[in-house]
Every structure is written in C-alpha cells, then in structure tokens.
Design a protein around this ligand. Structure first.
Ligand code: G
Ligand code: G
Ligand code: MN
Ligand code: NA
Length: 254
C-alpha cells in the first residue's frame, strides 16, 4: 500500500527515469538505437529497478499512467537523437489491450515529432495470451502508422509461435538465457541456430540480448545474427536531456 502511494507520488512528481541501453549492429558495432528501461529514483530507497515496482503498478491500475509516461518520455528523448536512431519501448500486455492505447501512441509521436518508423514497441509472449480482440485492434492501429513491434524474451514463454503467427512482428529478441549458454552448450547453440533460421525465413529482424562477452558476439555474428544488445556493448544508463546535450555542445564550442 505504501508502494502504491509512493508510486502515485512518483508519477505526479519527478521521480521516474528512463535509462537507455544501446542496440548495435553486430557486423560493425554501429549504434542502431536504444531500448528504454524504466527506473524509479525513490527519495529514500534510492534507484529502484523495474522489478521492484512494475507488479505493484500492474495490480493498482497504474499501468496505463506509467506506460503513458514512458511512451511520452521515450518519444521526446528520441526525437532529439540523430535521425537514424530508433527507440524501443516496453509495453505491458494489460496496457496494450486498454482502450485508447493507439491514440496514446499517436499523441506521443505527434507531441514529440518523432517519426513513427523510429519507434518500436516491445511486447512479450504473454501479450499473445491476451490476444484478445482489443490487443489485435491496437496492434493493427499502431502498425498501420508505421510503428513496429518486437517480440521480447523470445522463446521463454509458451506461445512464441502463436505470437509470430498472429501478430505483425517485425523483430524478435532472443532471450539472454539462450545467449548465456550459446558458446558452451551445443544443444543451446542448435536451438539458437534454429531461432535465427526461423527469423530469417520469416523475414524478421533478430536481436540477440544479454551479450556479455566478445565470444558470444562473435558466435552470433558468425551464425547470421545482425543485431545485439548487452553489457558487452553498453549497460542501461541515463542519457543527457536534450537541453543538457545542447548545453554541452555550447560549452564545447566556447
Ligand atoms: O532494466 P531491467 O533489466 O531491470 O528490466 C527488467 C524488466 O523490466 C525487463 O523485462 C523489462 O522489459 C521491464 N521493463 C523495463 N522498463 C519497462 C517499461 O518502461 N515498461 C514495461 N512495461 N516494462 C519495462
Ligand atoms: O526483458 P527485457 O529484455 O526488456 O529486459 C532487459 C533487461 O536485461 C534490462 O533490465 C537490462 O538491465 C538487462 N540486461 C541487458 N543487458 C544485459 C546483459 O548483458 N546481461 C544481463 N545479465 N542482463 C542484461
Ligand atoms: Mn525489452
Ligand atoms: Na528480453
């Protein structure tokens, strides 16, 4: 209950933060974009990871307020980045199925000026369990605008194949639990090769998550994975605000 009260205050105040983790091309390590990851700068408990409060939000109908804040903030931040860079935003299944979700996406894009093609929404397989009419409707509305969908934590749920079959997925993100064992465990290597083939056959973009060392990166690159994310390329970190970035440029010029 305290958490809920605190979270309402955080939403009203200025306590939520977005951290960003780089997504890179495995061929040449160029930066392709960032995934936005929420943090809560709690006044007494310090910086809290999403696991400490997302469930509370989910259970207290704060999901849509929190999700709206994330979308608006991420689009605003990304609108200030160099034009090629995309932003990935995690969306909860519950929020996606709520009425008004696609209007919210439209508003976040319009207010920020971010071109829709630079926004990718990350959903998990659990979203497919909700594959209610409302979800399908929201998905078709946002993708019609040019926003793309990524299937997050690919392979860890129970309905990956159904999700790929039913939803207009653009990108799959191979879960870090597979990447962790890909070099050392032949059966995992075979599994990941299968996932890469599936992605290729379906014309999907594939991002390997949780790459922690160069051996993993090299293995994935060699097996045809084009994109990656993980501590080896950068941890989630705050980005300077646009105003701060401009200020820094002014200071550099002086
Ligand atoms: O950043 P971290 O590894 O602690 O994230 C843990 C989990 O929280 C991940 O599964 C991630 O998808 C989820 N998460 C992070 N930021 C957001 C967000 O803004 N919205 C939602 N719905 N989930 C998020
Ligand atoms: O579920 P989702 O993929 O959205 O979660 C992303 C989470 O994975 C983030 O919370 C981030 O902190 C974490 N993460 C990102 N890169 C790595 C990595 O290389 N190793 C590990 N262990 N976690 C990572
Ligand atoms: Mn994600
Ligand atoms: Na993931």
């Amino acid at each position: 209950l305290q958490l809920e009260t605190d979270l309402r205050r955080a939403l009203d105040g200025d306590e939520l933060r977005l951290f960003y983790q780089p997504i890179v091309s495995l061929a040449d390590e160029t930066l392709l974009g960032y995934e936005a990851l929420i943090r809560w700068q709690h006044p007494t408990r310090g910086l809290l990871p999403p696991g400490a409060f997302l469930d509370a939000a989910e259970n207290n109908r704060l999901t849509s307020r929190l999700g709206a804040w994330v979308l608006r903030q991420a689009c605003t931040d990304a609108a200030g980045w160099p034009a090629g860079l995309r932003v990935h935003v995690n969306v909860s299944a519950r929020h996606l199925a709520e009425e008004g979700f696609s209007d919210l996406v439209a508003a976040a894009l319009e207010e920020s000026g971010l071109p829709p093609g630079r926004l990718e929404l990350e959903i998990t397989e659990s979203t497919a369990l909700f594959a209610a009419e409302a979800t399908l409707q929201a998905v078709s509305e946002v993708t019609a605008r040019g926003v793309t969908l990524a299937l997050d934590d690919f392979g860890t749920g129970y309905s990956a194949i159904t999700a790929l079959h039913r939803l207009p997925i653009h990108t799959v993100k191979i879960d870090r639990s597979f990447v962790a064992d890909v070099v050392t465990r032949p059966s995992t290597a075979a599994l990941v090769q299968g996932l890469l083939q599936l992605g290729q056959g379906m014309g999907l973009q594939v991002i390997a998550e949780g790459i922690e060392d160069l051996e993993q990166a090299e293995w994935l690159r060699r097996h045809g994975c084009a994109m990656a994310q993980g501590y080896a390329f950068g941890r989630p970190a705050p980005l300077p605000s646009r105003a701060e970035a401009l200020m820094a440029e002014v200071l550099v010029e002086q």
